[in-house]
Design a protein. Structure first.
Length: 477
């Protein structure tokens, strides 16, 4: 971890109303007023490996591998490259690995660079009730400790526990918002939980950090993520805000912890219900395609119909997609402006899948943006709101499609849930296959295997192999 001087360089200057010079504590009166922050902080500070099932640990390892594949796939993305260029001037040098580049920076620099890569191509995992993506915040925070100059070094068990804690708190803080907010708005809480767990930060200090995040986290328009820009859901901004909040609290800055009890801002019941029971990370979904989750069920339905009926893309006259209303928040341009816009286009993604198969979305490719066949079919994809499907969202994200062929046959899919949900899980073998396909452009086969082996060794208690794989510079596929 950086020194006290590094804190000044890594954190946005925040004018705090009160600072204390020694250990932070919450008075009994303050604890009573800050029940939500205090209970979350207690969970973070007391969670241990023996409280977690082997299944939960396996899911945490899946989350790590999947997220690293998403980041490796985005190494040459223009927005990711720009974030790497900005990271060191913003946050300074240090020993923390910027994944697969051979570069290092301060914790803040690495968090910015790695979370940007993780979220860039919409390949990162998600949690359906939270309507967002915890992994792109939690995993960069947890793995930053592999190369941090902090004693004692974390154990593999401590790192996996921290991942579970991060998913738990991030998802709960999202579910506790009165209305939808993009992932960047609740990523700070996930980072505080992850690093607070790894730092063995006292619960009272974590409660202050949660309060600081409540006041300083990105305040995002609800639909900011659909705009075609590199910012998307602002997860990297939330990640660095969470790190800053924790470091400020650890340095002695107090935070308005009681604001998490303000029912105008947060709804207590979903934040606290079931806390300490089955970890929410167990409900993580993994994406087989690099696009918005709202599109995945329609893609799976199209693939299934083609397998059953054997039609070619030239045979398709029209595709009708029936889905829930949130899908209409996407831009849905048949001819997207760029690859980011393409991630939010039902017509484009279905047309790419019809012509080039599902792997063509691992990740989406610039060559398909101006492909005449893809664009022609995309103009014949029509998205409909289905009142019968609407009540199923957000607990589920299903769709059904109809494909009208040029010979006048009309083929109908059943109501389809997307692969990767807990009800239709991707196996470890399937996640490895996704990792290999998604990262093939950036990582050589030997480097891919080193990452896979490193994650598996992490599950056996060894940290060094994964750290070495992340520090290694990509040489291309």
């Amino acid at each position: 971890m950086p020194s006290g001087n590094g804190l000044k360089a890594e954190c946005t200057v925040i004018k705090a109303a009160t600072m204390v010079s020694a250990g932070i504590g919450l008075s009994p009166d303050a604890r009573q007023k800050a029940e939500v922050a205090s209970r979350l902080a207690h969970y973070i500070a007391t969670l241990r490996r023996d409280q977690l099932s082997p299944h939960t640990i396996d899911i945490a390892l899946c989350c790590i591998l999947d997220l690293l594949g998403a980041a490796a796939a985005a190494l040459d993305d223009a927005g990711v490259q720009a974030a790497r260029r900005a990271a060191l001037p913003l946050y300074g040098p240090g020993p923390i690995d910027i994944w697969f580049t051979g570069l290092t920076g301060s914790t803040g620099a690495a968090l910015l660079a790695n979370s940007t890569a993780a979220a860039a191509l919409d390949l990162d995992d998600g949690y359906r009730p939270a309507r967002g993506h915890p992994g792109a915040a939690v995993i960069p925070a947890a793995l930053s400790m592999l190369s941090a100059e902090r004693a004692p070094d974390p154990t593999a068990d401590a790192l996996l526990v921290a991942v579970v804690a991060g998913y738990e708190i991030g998802a709960r803080m999202s579910m506790g918002r009165p209305a939808y907010t993009p992932s960047g708005a609740w990523s700070p809480y996930a980072v505080i939980a992850t690093l607070g767990s790894l730092h063995a930060t006292p619960a009272a200090t974590i409660a202050h950090a949660l309060g600081i995040a409540g006041q300083t986290a990105p305040a995002l328009p609800g639909l900011a993520g659909i705009v075609g820009s590199d910012i998307k859901e602002a997860i990297p901004a939330g990640v660095t805000a969470g790190y800053c909040a924790l470091r400020l609290a650890e340095a002695g800055v107090t935070g308005p912890a009681a604001m998490l009890d303000d029912e105008a801002l947060f709804i207590r019941a979903p934040i606290l219900a079931g806390l300490g029971e089955t970890p929410l990370i167990d409900g993580t979904y993994f994406k087989p395609f690099g696009c918005c989750r709202h599109i995945h069920a329609a893609l799976d339905a199209l693939i299934q119909l083609r397998q059953e009926h054997g039609f070619a893309p030239e045979d398709i006259a029209r595709i009708d997609v029936h889905t829930y209303r949130a899908t209409f928040n996407l831009a849905n341009r048949p001819q997207p402006l760029d690859l980011i816009d393409a991630q939010y286009s039902v017509p484009h993604c279905l047309a790419v899948c019809a012509w080039h198969g599902g792997d063509a979305l691992l990740p989406l490719r610039a060559a398909h943006l101006r492909n005449a066949d893809v664009n022609d079919l995309a103009r014949r994809v029509v998205v409909h709101h289905d009142a019968d499907i609407e009540p199923l969202f957000p607990a589920r994200s299903p769709a059904r499609i109809s494909v009208t062929l040029r010979d006048a046959r009309c083929l109908h899919s059943p109501l389809t849930d997307p692969r990767g949900d807990p009800a239709r899980p991707l196996s470890w073998t399937a996640l490895i296959a996704k990792f290999v396909t998604a990262s093939a452009h950036g990582l050589s086969p030997s480097h891919q295997q080193a990452v896979i082996d490193g994650v598996m060794q992490l599950g056996r208690g060894r940290l060094t192999p994964l750290r070495q794989a992340l520090a290694r510079r990509a040489s291309g596929g």
